[in-house]
Design a protein around this ligand. Structure first.
Ligand code: NAP
Ligand code: MG
Length: 508
């Protein structure tokens, strides 16, 4: 078996934009340095010797100022007609498309996914903004019949006020945009706290929104640690809702804090996504999809394929095909041409992944390929790794690893496959490979995931389609698609009596 190649030069490959010396908060339409004087370095995961600017650790007063700016900007933005708000979103979309190559390089450099994966993410963000801008002419309520005479009953969707948007590093442009676009088109104002690991992508995203003509205070960007700035935002009385994407640990904390004051909270959390291969499946297609889902974006996707659940009779062949694909993966600097898989995002995530390789060893899983770190010492690279003979009670079969590590679980039949697929706390995405239409629909009936793919990888989704998970993957209404607007609006029910007389019928 060949070993994946690795290299991590700090220069060369795709053009690298010049990083800022330090990032700045954007509050009330003004870019400003933090007054805390405290910063965290933004280190490149491909080469930890390379620092891409300093990230401010903002003060509590700056958090208050950001919320205050959002609060002040709210009445003006609320009263701006939605189709007029949409014009700014269309401009933002055009600017993102225009700067897609540059932002992709920034994203790949600071986060570690390959340049082409990063470019795909930028285009996903642009698509969502374009879709949501279109919703500006469609946000509506319903009209209802009344049992009273000459009474008009209707519903209307109204914005909430200032909302907090707290996002992870693994989709540093798509996730902020799939939250900000519906919040904005619905008329809310925003305090956005990006992940500390990916400040540059956040800054460029907001700079382009400013360039698109967004009024001051409508979106405010505040950097700082989750436990300080994030927590303060969740507790802030003027914040009317929190949309959070990240880990289960932090999401549970955010949801608990929000519950204390009955705050509207949406949490999109982890996954342990299964790809099920039935005996009639096209094994080559299934193997390619598994490789894309398991090793794409270094396995650092909430929708990553982390379990292949395979009917025993075809498992040997499937694993052979999959191992050959894993060995073709070229690990290295994400900005270099030809590299197909980048590093883990930071030393913490890297250590977690290496820790799971130890767990797999101690649990007795059979290593097929990979299984160790690779490349230069200053990069956070792990080989694409496959374990066979994984029993579904093992930790590597149940816990989110967030690295390029796949567990193959062999099962007897369709029923056992579904049982194993559902026997985890998470429920984000799943995939079934089969040509049997009956078992396909039965799988859709039974699988406990918010997104189901048939003969396509567990990863990926379209802007107009709802996205989100079941069970431990999250709470709150779905993101993306037209339904995303629901989280960012209150549904107001209106009864208008035009009889001009006193009511004679009781209604309850
Ligand atoms: P994380 O550690 O939970 O961080 C997410 C965000 O929360 C960051 O901005 C973080 O700030 C902030 N935060 C940390 N502690 C906080 C607190 N006490 N109060 C408020 N905010 C706080 O998650 P991550 O490691 O960045 O992201 C990976 C996770 O996200 C994985 O579990 C993945 O599955 C999940 N994810 C889910 C989806 C989905 O849609 N279901 C999509 C993508 C990712 P700092 O950056 O400063 O720590
Ligand atoms: Mg970084």
């Amino acid at each position: 078996m060949s070993t994946p190649t690795a290299s991590a030069p700090a220069t060369g490959g795709r053009p690298r934009p010049t990083p800022p010396v330090r990032y700045r908060n954007f509050i009330g339409g003004k870019w400003a340095d933090t007054t805390s004087g405290k910063y965290a370095p933004n280190l490149s995961p491909a080469d930890q010797r390379v620092a891409l600017g300093d990230v401010p650790l903002s003060t509590p007063q700056e958090v208050d100022a950001a919320v205050e700016a959002a609060h002040k900007a709210f009445p003006g933005w609320r009263d701006t007609p939605a189709p007029v708000r949409a014009r700014i979103l269309y401009k933002w979309n055009a600017l993102l498309e225009q700067h897609a190559d540059e932002i992709a390089a920034i994203l790949a450099w600071e986060e570690g996914k390959t340049w082409s994966e990063a470019r795909g993410e930028v285009m996903k963000a642009a698509n969502i903004i374009e879709f949501m801008a279109g919703e500006g002419r469609r946000i509506g309520g319903s009209t209802l019949p009344s049992e009273l005479p000459r009474t008009f009953v209707y519903t209307v969707k109204q914005p909430l006020g200032p909302v907090a948007i707290i996002t992870p590093w693994n989709f540093p442009i798509a996730i902020p945009c799939w939250k900000m676009a519906p919040a904005l088109i619905a008329g809310n104002t925003i305090v956005f706290k990006p992940a500390t690991l990916t400040p540059w992508t956040a800054q460029r995203t907001i700079e382009l929104l400013e360039e698109a003509g967004l009024p001051p205070g409508v979106v405010n960007l505040i950097y700082g640690s989750g436990s300080a700035v994030g927590d303060q935002l969740v507790r802030h009385k003027a914040i009317r809702a929190v949309s959070f994407t990240g880990s289960n640990e932090v999401g549970t904390h955010v949801y608990t804090e929000g519950a204390k004051r009955l705050l509207k909270v949406q949490c999109e959390l982890g996954g342990k996504n299964p790809l099920v291969v039935l005996e009639d499946a096209d094994l080559e297609l299934a193997a390619v999809a598994t490789s894309q889902g398991a090793f794409g974006s270094t396995g650092q996707r909430c929708t990553a394929t982390s379990r292949a659940i395979v009917i025993d009779s075809v498992a040997d062949k499937f694993v052979e095909l999959l191992a050959a694909l894993a060995q073709k993966v070229v690990v290295g600097d994400p900005l270099q041409d030809g590299v197909t898989m980048g590093p883990s995002v930071d030393p913490g995530q890297f250590k977690t992944v290496l820790g799971y390789l130890d767990v797999a060893r101690s649990e007795g899983a059979k290593l097929v390929t990979g299984g160790k770190r690779t490349g230069a010492d200053h990069g956070l690279f792990v080989e694409p790794t496959i374990y066979d003979g994984v029993k579904h009670g093992m930790r590597i079969a149940k816990e989110e690893i967030f690295g390029p590590v796949l567990s193959v679980i062999r099962v007897r039949d369709f029923d056992e496959a579904v049982e194993v697929a559902n026997d985890v706390d998470f429920g984000l995405s799943s995939s079934l490979y089969t040509n049997d239409v009956n078992r396909m629909y039965r799988f859709v009936d039974l699988i406990e995931t918010g997104i189901v793919h048939v003969n396509s990888p567990t990863v990926g989704g379209e802007a107009q389609a709802p996205f989100g998970g079941m069970k431990g993957t999250g709470v709150g209404t779905r993101e993306q698609g037209a339904v995303a607007i629901d989280f960012y609006t209150e549904l107001k029910t209106v009864y208008a009596d035009y009889t001009g007389t006193k009511r004679t019928t009781n209604i309850y």
